[in-house]
Write a protein that binds this ligand. Structure first.
Ligand SMILES: Nc1ncnc2c1ncn2[C@@H]1O[C@H](COP(=O)(O)OP(=O)(O)O)[C@@H](O)[C@H]1O
Ligand SMILES: O=C(CO)[C@@H](O)[C@H](O)COP(=O)(O)O
Length: 569
């Protein structure tokens, strides 16, 4: 499309706790940010941290997300945001969640009237199921076993789909729905992921799933670029009908799918030629928030903690995930994902904070506490595991475990040798970082296990102690970096960059070339180094000190995993 000098691009992120929107100009500079926080702004849905928890079932009300979209756009309109300049929209959704559309949905989406809200016009008639299973759900262990059995093993499933079976993945979730609520499954006309659900609202018709997010289902055969017959046949006795419900994924991440629905033109003032570009998962979108180089690592400190690396090599392992890259054929995104990220840290913060809802005390203690809690060289190292929810990596039950180690491991109770909650502060950050270091080493083999730059994004990246400890544990050679603007909204920003690329790319221009040219044209000034780099032998040997406890950390993890009865204190 022909660029116009005042073009703007929107990136949306429908994540666990909020719907965020970032607007950028064609130099890829952020000019506006807006958000709707589900618990605070939409209390009528009675969510806690964006979800409803019912035992091991965790879900979000779909109607709340629709209400959030009108609310955040209205907020932007009230702030004077110039919707008339928006040429493209893309974005992201929390991965794996699914939305179940009824037969009436297409008709309702196509006929939206500007004077009524989306909720009034879509809910409940457009859906067969009022909730979307959330990525924190852990109710599908039977279906996971079935997925692995269908192809032979966890390794084989990882080889085909990029991941072993995971309880939050969409395939096991759909299989559970079909078994427990067959009438709902059969009445469902289409199934969207959270990302394609959000783009469907903007399009006014059901959008395709994108090529990266489809890999979070345990149904897509990445190498042959098609749904796996064995897996769709497991989930449905009519595999053709399941494929029809899911739709064929969009392989061109920059495609202009269609113009925005008239609802948004007439209600908010978008131009009629504003294009919708495929939305992707929040983690793949984060990859698109800045130009990455080989050996650069992104650590996303959202509700979940994830570690992301781009790689041209498709090597799978049940210990991590591989996804197709959201924009660039031939590249892949490798990922580690932890459930107990922000909410676990929040628990420790609340236990130590003197002033409610502040991070100051937590940050101060984390920075004052020595490496591994060792005041003196011969003190034992402190290692802790904090899993308010059962964890993905390692596959551990919920609970808290604390160990001391001077070579030998000793599990300790609170009190005495462990000052609870003070000693938990540095330990929880170190523990999360050590786990990521341990598992990312094969992905960073060319850097002898060490990253070049670490980019920190997500809500937790505004905490200097967390950034500092991550830099020390990983021994990042070039240091830890943050976006100067919008680090907390990196996935939305990645979506906005994707929209800009889709609309403005020259024939054959890759996302990487597009980003590099515009990023450098500004002469830097978009990011800052928040922790110095550590070349070999620098940093008082801290990286090496953390390396010395990796073995005993693994052993402690094994003990935690073996506590199958949810032992903890
Ligand atoms: N200064 C801070 N230090 C540590 N964590 C923080 C800080 N500020 C916000 N957070 C955490 O960030 C989380 C939200 O991050 P965000 O990236 O917006 O999550 P999501 O995208 O999953 O909704 C909150 O749960 C909060 O605990
Ligand atoms: O399950 C995963 C990735 O596999 C999570 O990373 C979700 O995608 C949710 O992300 P946030 O809301 O924490 O950003």
């Amino acid at each position: 499309m022909e660029p116009r000098p005042d073009d703007l691009f929107l990136g949306c992120d429908l994540s666990t706790q909020q719907l965020k929107i970032v607007a950028i100009n064609s130099s890829l500079q952020t000019i506006h940010e807006a958000a709707c926080h589900f618990d605070n702004d939409l209390p009528q849905y009675k969510t806690t941290s964006g979800v409803h928890v019912n035992g091991d079932e965790i879900a979000a009300p779909v109607e709340m997300w629709i209400a959030a979209l009108d609310l955040v756009l209205q907020r932007m309109k009230d702030e004077g945001f110039e919707f008339g300049r928006v040429r493209g929209i893309s974005g992201a959704g929390q991965q794996h969640g699914s939305v179940y559309w009824s037969r009436e949905a297409e008709g309702l989406l196509a006929a939206l009237e500007k004077d009524k809200t989306l909720v009034e016009q879509l809910s409940p008639k457009a859906f067969t199921h009022p909730i979307s299973p959330n990525w924190q759900d852990h109710s599908t262990s039977r279906e996971c076993a079935d997925h692995e059995a269908a192809v032979g093993s966890a390794e084989k499933l990882a080889e085909i789909t990029g991941s072993k079976a995971h309880e939050r993945f969409t395939g096991p979730q759909i299989l559970k729905l079909r078994r427990n609520r067959p009438e709902v499954y059969h009445e469902t006309y289409r199934i969207s992921l959270v990302s394609s659900f959000l783009s469907s609202l903007f399009l006014g018709s059901i959008a395709p799933i994108d090529i990266a997010d489809v890999c979070g289902m345990n149904l897509w055969d990445i190498s042959s670029n098609t749904y796996s017959q064995r897996l769709v046949s497991l989930v449905s006795d009519n595999p053709g009908s399941l494929i029809q419900k899911l739709g064929i994924p969009e392989t061109d991440g920059g495609r202009l799918i269609d113009y925005i629905s008239p609802y948004f033109v007439h209600r908010y003032g978008f131009p009629t030629d504003c294009c919708v570009v495929p939305f992707t998962g929040d983690n793949p979108a984060t990859l698109l928030s800045f130009p990455l180089r080989p050996l650069d690592v992104i650590i996303s400190l959202g509700t979940s903690t994830t570690l992301l690396v781009t790689t041209p090599t498709y090597i799978t392992d049940p210990g991590y995930h591989m996804f197709a890259h959201p924009t660039t054929p031939g590249l892949y995104m490798a990922m580690l994902c932890y459930k107990n990220g922000a909410l676990a840290r929040l628990g420790v913060r609340d236990a130590v904070s003197k002033v409610k809802d502040t991070w100051d005390e937590f940050t101060k203690i984390a920075l004052e506490t020595p490496v591994l809690g060792r005041e003196n060289a011969d003190d034992p190292a402190k290692l802790g595991f904090y899993f308010p929810l059962s964890e993905i990596i390692p596959a551990a039950p919920s609970g808290t475990w604390r160990f001391l180690s001077n070579g030998e491991l000793e599990e300790v109770q609170p009190g005495g040798k462990w000052d609870v909650p003070r000693d938990d502060v540095r330990t929880i950050i170190e523990s999360q970082a050590l786990s990521m270091r341990l598992r990312s080493q094969p992905l960073l083999a060319q850097g002898a296990g060490r990253p070049g730059k670490i980019w920190v994004v997500g809500g937790g990246s505004s905490n200097p102690a967390i950034n500092n400890i991550i830099g020390q544990v990983f021994g990042a050679r070039e240091g830890v970096y943050k976006l100067l603007k919008g680090a907390a909204n990196a996935c939305a920003l990645g979506g906005a960059n994707k929209a800009a690329w889709g609309v403005l790319r020259k024939k054959g221009e890759t996302f990487e070339d597009f980003m590099a040219a515009r990023w450098e044209a500004e002469g830097g000034g978009r990011s800052e180094r928040v922790v110095q780099g550590m070349k070999d032998g620098e940093g008082d040997g801290i990286w090496e000190k953390y390396g010395e406890v990796l073995g005993v950390f693994e052993e402690a993890e094994r003990r935690v995993v073996a506590s199958k009865n949810g032992q903890g204190h």
